[in-house]
Design a protein around this ligand. Sequence first.
Ligand SMILES: *[C@@H]1O[C@H](CO)[C@@H](O)[C@H](O)[C@H]1NC(C)=O
Ligand SMILES: *[C@@H]1O[C@H](CO)[C@@H](O)[C@H](O)[C@H]1NC(C)=O
Ligand SMILES: *[C@@H]1O[C@H](CO)[C@@H](O)[C@H](O)[C@H]1NC(C)=O
Ligand SMILES: *[C@@H]1O[C@H](CO)[C@@H](O)[C@H](O)[C@H]1NC(C)=O
Ligand SMILES: *[C@@H]1O[C@H](CO)[C@@H](O)[C@H](O)[C@H]1NC(C)=O
Ligand SMILES: *[C@@H]1O[C@H](CO)[C@@H](O)[C@H](O)[C@H]1NC(C)=O
Ligand SMILES: *[C@@H]1O[C@H](CO)[C@@H](O)[C@H](O)[C@H]1NC(C)=O
Ligand SMILES: *[C@@H]1O[C@H](CO)[C@@H](O)[C@H](O)[C@H]1NC(C)=O
Ligand SMILES: *[C@@H]1O[C@H](CO)[C@@H](O)[C@H](O)[C@H]1NC(C)=O
Ligand SMILES: *[C@@H]1O[C@H](CO)[C@@H](O)[C@H](O)[C@H]1NC(C)=O
Ligand SMILES: *[C@@H]1O[C@H](CO)[C@@H](O)[C@H](O)[C@H]1NC(C)=O
Length: 655
Amino acid sequence: MRPFLLQFAAIFSVVSATLHVIQNKSTVTLSNDRLAAVWQKSVGQIIDLTLDGQDLLGQQSGSSGIGPYLDCYCIPSGFYTAGATTPEMQVVQGVDSGGTGYGGVILNDTYTPTGQQFQQYWFLRNGETGLHTFSRLSYHNETTPFLRNLQEFRTLFRPNTDLWTHLTSSELQTAPLPSKAAVKSQVMVQDATWTFNNTPSDAYYSQFSDYFTKYTFSNAWRNNSVHGLYADGSTSSGTTYGAWLVMNTKGPLHSDLTVDGIVYNYLVSNHHGEGTPNITTGFDRTFGPQYYLFNGGTGSESLEELRFEARSLANEEWNTAFYDSIAKHVVGYVPSGKRGNLEGTLKLPKDAVRPIAILTVNGFDFQDNSAVPDSHQYWADIASDGTFKIDRIKEGKYRLSVYAEGVFGDFTRDGIVVKANKKTVVHDTWKEESAGVEVWRLGIPDKSSGEFRHGNARDTTHPLQPPEYMIYWGAYDWTTDFPRGINYNIGTSDPAVDFNTVHWSVFGPTPNNSRAEYNTTYDWNINFSLDREQLHNRTTATLTVQLAGAKTASGNTDIDNVGERYTNLSLESFINDKEDPLTLNIGFDQSSSCIVRSAISCYQIRSRLPFPADWLHEGENQLRLHLPYNATDVETAVLPATVYVQYDALRLELE
Ligand SMILES: *[C@@H]1O[C@H](CO)[C@@H](O)[C@H](O)[C@H]1NC(C)=O
Ligand SMILES: *[C@@H]1O[C@H](CO)[C@@H](O)[C@H](O)[C@H]1NC(C)=O
Ligand SMILES: *[C@@H]1O[C@H](CO)[C@@H](O)[C@H](O)[C@H]1NC(C)=O
Ligand SMILES: *[C@@H]1O[C@H](CO)[C@@H](O)[C@H](O)[C@H]1NC(C)=O
Ligand SMILES: *[C@@H]1O[C@H](CO)[C@@H](O)[C@H](O)[C@H]1NC(C)=O
Ligand SMILES: *[C@@H]1O[C@H](CO)[C@@H](O)[C@H](O)[C@H]1NC(C)=O
Ligand SMILES: *[C@@H]1O[C@H](CO)[C@@H](O)[C@H](O)[C@H]1NC(C)=O
Ligand SMILES: *[C@@H]1O[C@H](CO)[C@@H](O)[C@H](O)[C@H]1NC(C)=O
Ligand SMILES: *[C@@H]1O[C@H](CO)[C@@H](O)[C@H](O)[C@H]1NC(C)=O
Ligand SMILES: *[C@@H]1O[C@H](CO)[C@@H](O)[C@H](O)[C@H]1NC(C)=O
Ligand SMILES: *[C@@H]1O[C@H](CO)[C@@H](O)[C@H](O)[C@H]1NC(C)=O
């Protein structure tokens, strides 16, 4: 494959014209024969971007009509836009190892009150219509060694033009952009969530949903290869365009914002309960490469056609020779010579569906990779024969984690050493955890609560039928759905109807219903029957509870707020008439703002809870899942104050 690629690149450099770099005191312009970007040096931002002469950004107005640009939630007071303090611009130019010309613009900026250093890199290559980006933050300050957490770090393509008509982050999440008129008379129903019911003819409102929130288009990284904006030609003389973020370097279980009119490139955030690294002296992290692709411009290609082109680049092997060529300009980028690969064969449990292998920092749960700020993360799908391969791994020592839909628990193995230019080989067996004979399971262990009511089920009230969980939670009324609460019978109840995606302590109020519901929410009943044979000669029963997310009084913050009663939260399971519960403790640092930000898969929490088998008896038995009554916290934003959990799956075993 490689000689062909080189040859291909060589042909390309012949047909494409040269790369132009023009600068004066106030701007830098980088262009090839199709794409042109203009940076304003005084702020370190792209203020003009054109494809074949078509303006993709529109007029600059404050922080709109610019980008891709870098910002963060990371200075002591919160938000900061790189370039705002001491912007220094540097321009580089060269020819890569394949003979293709490139130009690069590098912004250096120091936020002087703390000494935090920001760098943003943009590269344009001949023959391509996109920008390769890297983003860096470093902090060296011995007098204030601990600064704060890096709560958000992202780049944004933020147009201010009616060119763009649609937003998309997957086939299911594709919708017309709300009209200006709809936005003008929108009504807020929750933090960053609105209804357009004042403009019933708006295309988003009539085709997709009554509600709009940026979280509707958020996505799990495992499923997200590209996302972006589409111009259907209605405001550009019939010519269509696409603006995409091509993702090739991030892995599960992270989920985050993608597009809401802005095309985001989220590098770090605490959305959906993700961990964030601390900024302590010595912190120095470069994120990237990421690629913003601008395509179309040649005719009337459909959104799907432009997405397909973008998706073909979402592959960690794409352009690696180019990245090696520009590595000399990018502080902290690890070139191929310092990377190795991993090949594995894992004997899988027989019910494993969509197994995945993840490499993260040694010794920690893969969800806690941010505990070590310079740790990296890689992942690959595992084939049905148990083989997998991960390439381009930075040399180091890792934990290998594997999980699969249909299987309780994860496989983990520490101490996987990857050496530069070497192949590490792993052979192992994943034996599914067991505590005897499985009596029943409720739900699919897949790290998601989507199989339950108002989860993955499609919303048939709108023609585009988005999955219900993506819509604002307040679109569904608990008391209508479950007038007598949850009374589930193992064997006869339907998980998609009789078990809700969210177990609320309190439901509501919602915009349509000012009455909060306290009584039918906090206790859920599950009935199951056991026969004599199942109980014969059994001494220990084990209840496994897996949560796909839980919100305590800590929300997304991981802060142990001593003023709050439910910063740590107990989910209690009562078996029959036993007074002592089996308790799953949810820590303040395991909390996620999950369903209220349109998610069914957040920070995962699990526990195996053994109890004496003689708590069970022949005939009907009952499990009561209990959250404290009226358990709320103080919310500073317009968000429900209640705590809640979202079940992944439950099971009962006997031995
Ligand atoms: C610099 O170049 C830009 C883009 O060509 C132009 O708009 C601007 O007027 C120039 N500024 C100066 C000071 O020459
Ligand atoms: C930007 O910072 C990098 C690394 O700290 C340094 O090598 C480079 O010279 C700086 N460039 C400018 C224009 O300040
Ligand atoms: C280190 O941080 C302190 C407090 O934020 C600040 O006063 C000081 O200027 C910083 N030092 C440097 C070298 O930036
Ligand atoms: C990802 O996509 C797969 C296949 O389309 C789907 O089954 C799964 O539910 C999705 N997972 C998430 C977390 O979105
Ligand atoms: C960040 O620092 C805080 C305060 O020292 C600490 O409680 C927390 O555990 C740290 N978080 C991580 C991810 O290291
Ligand atoms: C809430 O009210 C709006 C209009 O008043 C209506 O369109 C919507 O269907 C109602 N939602 C629910 C869940 O009842
Ligand atoms: C579940 O069992 C309890 C106690 O045996 C009983 O009162 C209740 O009616 C049962 N619920 C259902 C839905 O069968
Ligand atoms: C339900 O909860 C409300 C508020 O706590 C209370 O006033 C009411 O009496 C309860 N209703 C029932 C039937 O328990
Ligand atoms: C009961 O179980 C024990 C250990 O699990 C086993 O050794 C014994 O043979 C069993 N007895 C009967 C009667 O099945
Ligand atoms: C929450 O749990 C942690 C760990 O067990 C404990 O240190 C902390 O004091 C608890 N916080 C509150 C507010 O009870
Ligand atoms: C719920 O708790 C709040 C205080 O946290 C209290 O003001 C309110 O009266 C309680 N409501 C019910 C129905 O118990």
